[in-house]
Design a protein around this ligand. Sequence first.
Ligand code: PEP
Length: 263
Amino acid sequence: MTDRKYIIVGNWKMNLNVSEASILVHRLHQKIKIHRGVDIVLAPPLIDIQPLSLEIDRRQFKLAAQDAYYKDNGAYTGQVSFTMLRDLVSYCIVGHSERKIYFNETLEDVREKVSAAIRNDIIPIICIGETKLERNSGETKTVINDQLTTAIANLTSHEIQNVILTYEPVWAISTFDGEIAKPKDIEQAIGFMRLTIEHLYGKVVAENVRIIYGGSVDENNAGLFLDIDGCDGALVGSASLNYYKFSEIIEKASQIYLKRSKK
Ligand code: PEP
């Protein structure tokens, strides 16, 4: 048993305006207790972050941005930097497959964003995962290795222990193919990611890094995914927009954490 806490991240994507976001947070406050073994992170759209930062109970929830630009400031019309977000959020999702697919984000962009996050005391939640085509061509490990090693290329062994790595196969995301991944495949991918960290930074560091799973996690299947050996939580898309579903996922994480810590 390691003492890694679970982390459940709700990625609201481009959903919920300021008042809708406020209603959801109000419901989450009512429904979710403080759980000792589970960090709960909400990633609302950028425009909701400032008002929510005044509304949330920070003992219970932390905020994440869904993306930010890696330059600290300057003539970059339309962008918002990690520097501007540092007082508002604790985390930022980096390298989500929707950013790569719809906005042509490259692995080098991801690396720069990871560095910018760390420089600004924001914990990056780094998304890594293969497409269906890559999996079917037997390239899963190569893709994971490329994405992971590029993303963390600038990090020291102290810094890497603070990041959250997410195994999120593109084909399992509900808004793409939404195929339900097999726990065995997830366990292998997470195991491979931890081994890659071990080769680069050593066993102790690798054991401290939290690696979570993302892809069609909901209130019915969460237990299955969260019980996977080496899996420290979930990145939840669609189900995080529903307070009942999201709170059930957190309840499951809490139950499994307690079960594990008794072993
Ligand atoms: C996501 O896109 O980060 C995600 C996990 O989405 P969903 O849970 O809807 O598959």
